[in-house]
Design a protein around this ligand. Structure first.
Ligand SMILES: Nc1ncnc2c1ncn2[C@@H]1O[C@H](COP(=O)(O)OP(=O)(O)OP(=O)(O)O)[C@@H](O)[C@H]1O
Length: 621
């Protein structure tokens, strides 16, 4: 492995262990199962039609071959040619009828396949999105989960669609080959192992090649993801300005070259190994085919089989060779695809385990008291705790402020209070009920959370606000307009070419872009429109101008009273009126009290406040 592959700051996936041949063989049916399962779910009727038509097509093909023996027998008997030809006509009619019927059945399979494949994508995608959307938040901080999800999304879905076509082709080929093999067995059992020998070398090449490809994929999944990130840096709009301002173009390209060279070298090595395997497999298959014909000649020479049977066997081997080639190709592709599909399946089962738990215990509406007992939290894969032994209590109607230096744990704590993360240790209680046993939807229903970096929904302005509570009925847009006014978003919307209907995404034609502060005003309006008893405000006013910030704080003050507000901010002037201020340091609550208490205590808060006052006035307090 090259140095770049072993680079310590982005880890390789842990599933890169080479699989043995038998592990691969054992994995094949299990990996095909999700394909078949999704096909059954997506289009059960078309799938049944395909299965029936394919069995019938295999049987009809076999019947056609049997009829061919009849034709040959008639043609090879002694007597005048005209008589022999006339004698062969009835069998010939059967052969033609069999081939016509088979053609019609194959056409039916194609038509049904056209329905199945898009249906499979539709069902598989929905399952994936459902799994992603309902996974608990902390799963997104777990790089293994994230890797799996992206592998399922980027490769699993794509290959599932391809695998669907191949399952259908494989089944068709299996029935066709089985039909031919059955007839060969009926003609003379000794011909069967001869046919089998033809298959072995290609089969070996198929498995080996798939294994080489899959090993490479699992080892390089992180590398591929990193390359995609670089591709975003080079081609997306958001980072374009900063890259130019920092003159980081060369840096991005250098990183690309370094990673892409590793990827290319690896892919070339895998490709060459696969090509060598294919060449060896085909060469052996050629020898085996020659051996088959020699064996047939010997059987004929020894008088073990009559000439008509040998003739049919040759036709059977030749006519089934197309099906055989299809079987090998479909197995080859399906084998490789099924390994990716099994990633899709394994993501779905991981996601089931990481699904937010369901509970029938309803969350108390508008909790009067939220308490945290000895709460600790560690992010997946982290070596230190983000929160340690946090104890606090919030009463309905209070405004509390979480302050502290960057990385001290404020956002993590806010997400725990909101029930988005479950604490690693300790308990969060709403009115005495541990929220880990409450219905998560009921808990979420009580919370408004406006984050530092809110989602810029690629929709119109109205949706950007309404999505705060998308199912809220709002006659005459009264609540929407009230929320927008309180967040000073009305003036943003008034400046848009189509008002509330303006599409806010430059990725689409006629889309409009907003400034950072304008986006933030819409996010604040979204939070106000959501309107819930617990309001968590994580630094949403940082990008706002002084007027907008003032207006937002005014509306926050009005909100409080019958709502509980948790405010995170670095601007300590904004928290002077908070009922309680909690100062976090390296994940622990180190100071608590009112602004006056904390200034009087002369600790970290007083120090930070003094620095901010000095910045504004040029003099220490
Ligand atoms: N998704 C994550 N995975 C791992 N560690 C994380 C993650 N998010 C935050 N952390 C770590 O947890 C600690 C607390 O982060 P948090 O975001 O809660 O801090 P904060 O006080 O809100 O910071 P800021 O003022 O910069 O917003 C930090 O050390 C941070 O590195």
């Amino acid at each position: 492995m090259t140095e770049a592959l072993a680079s310590p700051y982005w880890r390789l996936d842990d599933t890169g262990r080479p699989l043995s041949f038998w592990q691969l063989v054992r994995r094949f049916p299990a990996a095909c199962r999700p394909v078949v399962e999704v096909i059954r779910l997506a289009a059960p009727r078309s799938a049944a039609v395909i299965a029936v038509l394919q069995v019938a097509s295999g049987v009809t093909g076999a019947f056609g071959l049997l009829a061919t023996t009849g034709v040959l027998e008639e043609l090879l008997t002694a007597g005048p040619t005209a008589e022999r030809v006339m004698g062969a006509v009835p069998a010939l009619v059967l052969v033609i009828a069999a081939y016509l019927a088979r053609g019609a059945m194959d056409a039916g399979v194609s038509l049904a396949t056209a329905r199945v494949v898009p249906g499979v994508r539709r069902v598989a995608e929905e399952r994936l999105f459902d799994a992603g959307l309902h996974a608990e938040l902390v799963a997104f901080d777990d790089d293994r989960f994230y890797d799996r999800m992206h592998r399922a999304r980027d490769r699993g879905l794509f290959y599932l669609e391809q695998a669907t076509s191949n399952v259908i082709a494989l089944l068709g080929a299996i029935f066709a080959v089985a039909g031919a093999a059955g007839i060969i067995g009926v003609l003379h059992p000794v011909l069967l192992p001869v046919l089998l020998i033809c298959l072995l070398p290609e089969g070996w090449a198929v498995f080996r090649s798939a294994r080489l490809g899959y090993e490479g994929m699992t080892r390089l999944v992180t590398l591929n993801r990193r390359l995609r990130m670089i591709s975003d840096l080079a081609t997306e709009r958001e980072p374009a300005a900063e890259i130019r301002a920092c003159q980081a173009e060369a840096f991005v390209l250098d990183e690309y070259r370094q990673l892409a060279d590793v990827l290319r070298d690896h892919e070339v090595a895998v490709g060459l190994a696969q090509a060598r395997t294919g060449i060896v497999g085909r060469a052996c298959a050629g020898v085996a085919t020659a051996g088959t014909f020699v064996a047939l000649g010997l059987l004929l020479y020894a008088g073990w089989i009559p000439l008509a049977v040998a003739g049919t066997a040759v036709i059977a081997i030749r006519t089934s060779s197309a099906a055989l080639a299809q079987l090998v190709r479909a197995t080859n592709e399906l084998f490789e695809q099924s390994l990716y599909v099994s990633d899709y399946q394994s993501f779905l089962s991981t996601a089931r385990e990481r699904r937010r738990p369901v509970s029938a215990v309803p969350a108390p509406p508008a909790p009067s008291r939220i308490t945290l007992h000895e709460v600790g939290f560690r992010y997946p894969g982290a070596s230190v705790d983000a929160l340690r032994g946090v104890d606090l209590s919030i009463h309905k109607g209070q405004i509390i402020a979480l302050v502290g230096e960057n990385g001290s744990g404020k956002t993590t704590l806010a997400k725990i209070i909101a029930g988005l993360y479950r604490p690693s240790r300790g308990q969060v209680c709403w009115d005495g009920h541990d929220i880990s046993v409450l219905d998560p939807a009921g808990v979420a229903d009580q919370v408004v959370m406006v984050l530092q970096d809110p989602v810029r929904w690629p929709h119109d302005a109205r949706t950007n606000v309404r999505v705060g509570r998308h199912d809220r009925t709002d006659p005459g847009d009264a609540a929407l307009l009230e929320a927008a006014a309180a967040a000073r978003a009305t003036e943003v919307v008034e400046g848009l070419p189509h008002g509330w209907e303006t599409l806010l995404s430059k990725y689409f034609r006629d889309g409009h872009e907003l400034s950072g502060g304008q986006w933030q005003r819409l996010a604040v309006a979204r939070g106000l429109f959501r309107d819930a008893p617990l309001v968590i405000w994580d630094e949403p006013t940082a990008p706002l101008d002084a007027k907008a910030e003032y207006a937002v704080f005014e509306s926050l003050r009005q909100l409080a009273g019958n709502r509980t507000v948790v405010l995170i901010t670095h601007r300590l002037a904004s928290v002077r009126n908070a009922d309680q201020i909690y100062l976090l340091h390296e994940g622990s609550l180190v100071e608590r009290g009112t602004h006056t208490d904390l200034l009087a205590a002369g600790g970290r808060y007083a120090q930070l406040y003094g620095l901010q006052v000095e910045m504004y006035t040029g003099a220490a307090t």
